[in-house]
Ligand binder design. Structure first.
Ligand SMILES: Cc1ncc(C[n+]2csc(CCOP(=O)(O)OP(=O)(O)O)c2C)c(N)n1
Ligand code: SF4
Ligand SMILES: [Mg+2]
Length: 287
């Protein structure tokens, strides 16, 4: 149901300080358009941002938002959603934030399946700290901290999400706005934890994973007749390390969110009437 809020209503009056051409512009626009398409309102949306160039998104949106501690955006988002299941919770951050310092939170947020959306703005580099390699950097990527390449295979975010029992796993590209909006919209509408890895090129520090590279490399799962509800087919695509895919790789149509399985259907403040005596006793121990 639409609240009448449009894309522009979700934007703050702050002018982004991202470098001209940064992929984060397109990703932000895609997220905000998807939010407005689903009928979310700025007043009912809570945006949690990581730390990084990508994390600046939290100040460019006109919703409730927190720009917190590096790698810790997901537990904040989970806590907010559980405290108030009526909120639309959107978490966004970088590949370093989500898959390096925040990797453990990612795994457990996927498993917990709280009904919220997580968008990673994946540029395969640490942008804010001026170009160190990240967990998704390619083996041969030469950076300030890997002058001869990383000598490590990149972490595969989609495979990590699948092996953590993810219920919605997708990938998109910041410069394909139409598909990005469709995919993020489906993620918001999914009943459970939705993960969308969005290739958002860093034009300043990563000269390998460029717009041109993704434009030529990406294969859209819609063009190959992929059924995202087919777990085996999803596994095959996700484990195919030769090809970069765009689209919804996997969606469990029977997903049961954490809130649903725990009977959390109202905000915590509604529970204040007649609190159970054992909970009061527990609180009394600390006061
Ligand atoms: C606890 C902590 N460790 C390290 C940093 C330094 N730091 C800030 S952002 C960042 C990585 C940014 O990379 P990414 O998450 O990929 O975001 P991007 O800038 O590429 O969007 C690091 C290591 C920090 N702010 N806090
Ligand atoms: S350094 Fe890279 S990621 Fe950061 S704003 Fe510039 S282009 Fe974007
Ligand atoms: Mg990054």
């Amino acid at each position: 149901m639409s609240t009448g809020a449009n894309f522009a209503d979700f934007k703050s009056d702050k002018k982004p300080t991202w470098c001209p051409g940064c992929g984060d512009f397109g990703t932000m626009n895609g997220i905000l358009k998807a939010l407005s398409n689903t009928g979310a309102s700025p007043e009912n949306t809570f945006f949690v941002a990581g730390i990084g160039c990508s994390g600046k998104i939290g100040t460019y949106v006109r919703t409730y938002s927190i720009h917190g501690v590096h790698g810790r955006a997901l537990p904040v988002g989970c806590g907010a959603k559980i405290a108030n299941p009526n909120l639309e919770v959107m978490v966004a951050g970088g590949d370093g934030d989500g898959f390096s310092i925040g990797a453990a939170h990612f795994i457990h947020a996927v498993r917990r399946n709280v009904n919220m959306t997580y968008v990673v703005m994946d540029n395969r580099i640490y942008g804010l700290t001026k170009g160190q390699y990240s967990p998704t950097s390619g083996t041969d990527l030469k950076t300030k901290t890997s002058p001869s390449g990383t000598y490590m295979p990149p972490l595969d975010p989609l495979a990590l999400a699948l092996s953590s029992q993810g219920t919605f796993i997708a990938q998109a590209f910041s410069s394909d706005l139409k598909r990005l909006v469709e995919i993020v919209e489906a993620a918001i509408n999914h009943n459970g934890f939705s993960f969308v890895n969005v290739f958002s090129p860093c034009v300043t520090y990563n000269k390998v994973d460029t717009y041109q590279y993704f434009r030529e490399a990406l294969v859209d799962v819609n063009d190959i007749g992929h059924d995202p509800t087919d777990h085996e087919a999803a596994k095959k695509l996700i484990l195919d390390s030769e090809t970069e895919y765009q689209g919804i790789l996997y969606q469990n149509p029977n997903s049961v969110s954490y809130e649903e399985s725990h009977g959390l259907d109202s905000p915590m403040w509604d529970l204040s009437e007649n609190p159970p005596e054992d909970i009061l006793n527990l609180l009394r121990e600390f006061y």
